[in-house]
Write a protein that binds this ligand. Structure first.
Ligand SMILES: Nc1nc2c(c(=O)[nH]1)N[C@H]1C(S)=C(S)[C@@H](COP(=O)(O)O)O[C@H]1N2
Ligand SMILES: [Mo]
Length: 431
């Protein structure tokens, strides 16, 4: 009896020990937070002040805002990016704070050549003309009667990282990589509208023009229009924000942000491109030969480590802490197939894990679990691949082709130096 009882006890204890051991194995290599946390923390939330009085009326914020404690998670600007004028400027997204693959609308990066226009939806009209059988002027309500689709895509200004051709400029991920965001867009495929209006055979190009004071105009090849080009009015489940072109913008999934004309007023179909201001003086890539590449469209495969980063360092970590290295990867040419992470600036790589939804022409989140060693100096470099067969170049590979005079389409790998004390700096590693 005694023997049996004690056996049962042992069995029970063993069972608990085994479960504990099993969960440790399950967690090992993913998270060992519990080794740093305590059971007797006196700061436990025992009668907290907010629990001893009424909260706010539930209707206080009829349109909700983030917790006041998140006040530092903001779009930012600097004179360096503003050419002295914050209207014709860019506000960069805190991608180091991003979670998942969606940018909240209040943090979506915003680039405007003539300030943010405020368009009255009742006065809004979209003219579609040129080489179509049935030219038309649509109200917003008429436009929205076409069957809609919802797709997740990033928008990236091709100048993202464009300050970095000659070396690191900003010791900040937000400024070095935040000229982009990703959202779930709702709108109509232009091919759906063209099925209704009839496209003439000679139409090779489409001009999209904005109604803001910059009158942004860009020519788009007809193949892209008939593939996945959209006119969108929805952004993450609500109307576009004014900064994103309310009430209607063009969305060319994966292509230069500049082509995604906001406050859209006109689509003109033609046989030839227009050579508008923004596709001649700007948004071309100057090569070492002195010639420039024109009609440059898709943003190439790219990636970055978002955590750690200059804004989110590791100085608080203790030796042996297990920490998740996280980042984003994206390609305007297709779907991310793999991301590698290097600890020595790109000499050796290990495979990272893709997390969550992996969608074409969308941000893709990736992760790698790492055991931190205090005193180690690391050079963290990520490298992404896409299903179009591209892989991010080294800085030297990119510079050997493009020189350093260019601004746009920089997609070479990027490196964060993690110092012995866990501070993180933006560096460039050349071979
Ligand atoms: N009408 C209009 N469309 C525009 C612009 C503009 O100034 N006017 N800026 C372009 C540029 S340069 C970029 S990178 C993207 C930025 O989109 P976002 O402000 O929604 O991030 O919009 C593009 N569309
Ligand atoms: Mo841009």
């Amino acid at each position: 009896m005694d023997n049996k009882k004690s056996n049962q006890e042992i069995d029970r204890r063993d069972f608990f020990r085994k479960t504990a051991a099993m969960s440790v194995t399950a967690i090992a290599g993913t998270s060992l937070v519990s080794s740093n946390a305590r059971a007797d923390d006196p700061a436990i939330m025992h009668h907290p002040s907010w629990g001893q009085k009424w909260g706010d009326p539930v209707t206080k914020n009829r349109y909700g805002v983030p917790s006041k404690y998140e006040h530092n998670v903001l779009r930012r600007n600097t004179k360096l990016l503003a050419s002295g004028n914050f209207r014709a400027s860019i506000a960069v997204t805190p991608i180091q704070e991003s979670m998942g693959i969606i940018t909240p609308n209040g943090l979506f990066f915003s680039r405007s050549h003539g300030g943010v226009a405020h368009v009255d939806p009742n006065e809004y009209r979209l003219m579609i003309h040129g080489l179509v059988e049935k030219p038309i002027v649509l109200t917003l309500e008429q436009l929205k009667r076409y069957p809609s689709v919802t797709r997740t895509h990033f928008i990236e200004c091709p100048a993202n990282g464009g300050q970095e051709w000659r070396g690191p400029q900003f010791n900040s991920i937000q400024f070095a990589k935040g000229f982009m965001s990703c959202a779930e867009w709702t709108g109509v495929y232009i091919k759906t509208i063209l099925e209704d209006l009839g496209l003439k055979d000679e139409a090779n190009w489409m001009l999209a023009e904005g109604s803001d004071n910059s009158e942004m105009g860009r020519s788009v090849p007809i193949d892209k229009i008939l593939d996945d080009a959209m006119i969108v009015w929805g952004q993450n489940g609500e109307a576009l924000r004014p900064e994103q072109g309310y009430p209607v913008r063009l969305l060319l999934p994966g292509w230069e942000g500049n082509l995604c004309v906001k406050w859209l007023k006109r689509l003109d179909f033609s046989a030839e491109p227009w050579y508008a201001k923004e596709e001649t003086s700007k948004y071309t890539a100057l090569k070492p030969t002195g010639k420039a590449i024109q009609h440059f469209y898709a943003n190439e495969v790219n990636s970055t480590v978002t955590s750690p980063s200059p804004e989110i360092d590791w100085s608080h970590l203790k030796d042996g802490d297990v920490v998740e290295i996280e980042g984003l990867a994206w390609s305007g040419m297709g779907t991310i197939t793999a991301v590698d992470i290097s600890f020595d600036g790109g000499d050796n790589y290990k495979a990272a894990k893709l997390k969550g939804l992996v969608l074409p022409k969308s941000w893709t989140r990736w992760s790698y679990m790492h055991t931190y060693k205090k005193g180690d100096k690391l050079y963290l470099t990520s490298r992404a691949m896409d299903d179009a067969g591209y892989i991010q170049p080294t800085i030297d590979q990119e510079v050997s082709v493009m020189g350093v005079e260019s601004v746009y389409h920089r997609n070479a790998v990027e490196t964060w130096e993690v110092t012995e004390t866990g501070e993180v700096n933006h560096v460039q590693i050349r071979s």
